[in-house]
Design a protein around this ligand. Sequence first.
Ligand code: XMP
Length: 509
Amino acid sequence: MQSKVLILDFGSQVTKLIARNIRELNVYCEIIPYNSSLEKIKSMNAECLILSGSPASIHDKKPPLFDKRILDDNMPILGICYGAQLISHIFKSNVKRSKIREFGPSKLIKFKNNKILQGIKNRSVSWMSHGDTIITLGSKLQILAKSEFGSIALYKHKNKNIYGTQFHPEVVHTAFGKKFLANFIFLISFCKNNWKPGKLIRRKTLEIKELVGKNRVISAISGGVDSSVSSVLVARAIGTKLNSFIVDTGLMRKNEVKLILPNLKELGVNPKIINASKLFFMRLKGVTNPEKKRKIIGKTFIELFEKEAKRTKADFLVQGTLYPDVIESVSISGPSSVIKSHHNVGGLPKNMRLSLVEPLRDLFKDEVRVLGKSLGIEKDLIGRHPFPGPGLAIRILGEVTQERVKILQEADDIYTRILKEKKLYDQIWQAFCVLIPIKTVGVMGDERTYENTIAVRAVNSTDGMTASWSRIPYDILDLISSEIINSVKGINKVVFDISNKPPSTIEWE
Ligand code: XMP
């Protein structure tokens, strides 16, 4: 039986990090909304439960609450930050709203030995980030550790396997965080480490066969890792009942189709190339508004899917949907506004006739890469940086023309090549160029130039939700700038984007 950990999500930015940490320990883990009922939780057959942090406070007018009956069950429970404060509050502890947030590193001072602290040295550095503070504990709880500043950092129920931690074990700054989570899930909850993404091929292919039956399936391959891995899996499961295609939008990276085709063919996927670049350029003519561009491209994609589905008599469409896209997002502070209309999962029309095959729905990106490797997909394809559905159209500010796409493709190709040569590509989560069609004056030889600017973007991230700009060494930036300006006609300036997300976004449009 596969072990399972459940996380009740109270809306913290880093809930997904808890899940990733646990999956990296080879234990399957799912995130569910904080208000899930005891019945729902019991039906999911998990070994233990983790309550996440939250932007909310237990002193808010309507704090997010969980089904308290869970505490009467025998399931091991770990509350993190808000989760710990909430549990301690229910057990009659005194939780105070502090004026000053305790934020940053703090040494952990052990008070009592417990399995959850096994192998963790006294005064190890933990990471704190909280507004409210647990001042005193109710009589059923006991302190296991304090912060070096004297606040309660870790507690336990005296008779039950219920724990609360004020520090964040899920962030990298808590050096012993993984060990701490491992102690909770293995020593206290007796989970087995039997989640191995590389060994999922058999199970996934069986599931696909069962879902699809005798029907035909289509898949659109974008050149990204998700659509490639899902298509190879479906091809393994149903062979020639899969018709795959690549829409050449004219908005892809340089030589994209040529690069991905041979390996896909080797693995039994033989996509038809649909050359639709004329159609895309025609529809994008004169369009400068980013949202309009996204809508036009999304709509055109759907039209082509449907045409292809009709032609091949398909009833199913493969989608490379990943786990972070399907986690039911909890909204603690009201509905969030649409920042950009991403077109993948959310962009499919509601009345679409095709049913979906989503073999990667329960996986994180890193796990998809592991699975892809076991399927025999080449390292270069698996390691490619994420690429947005609307392609280079949202990396060209202003109107998208063939000429501008060509300029951007050339610059981006040089940039990527240098990052690979300098062994930086695999360390960066996503890197690309953006064309800023504003002309500035330059000088080349003795000649005055009046050309466009290229912005170079590189970010580190775990899932694209937040990102920090990558510190590419100056001498490599210098090389990138010189090569782009010297070789790409139409560019006389290169700038480096040093903005984080939030408040910026990764793409420029
Ligand atoms: P932003 O710009 O929102 O991007 O910070 C976050 C991540 O999502 C990618 N992205 C998209 N992916 N369809 C996609 O499949 C889209 O419409 C889209 N827009 C942005 C972006 O490249 C980054 O990895």
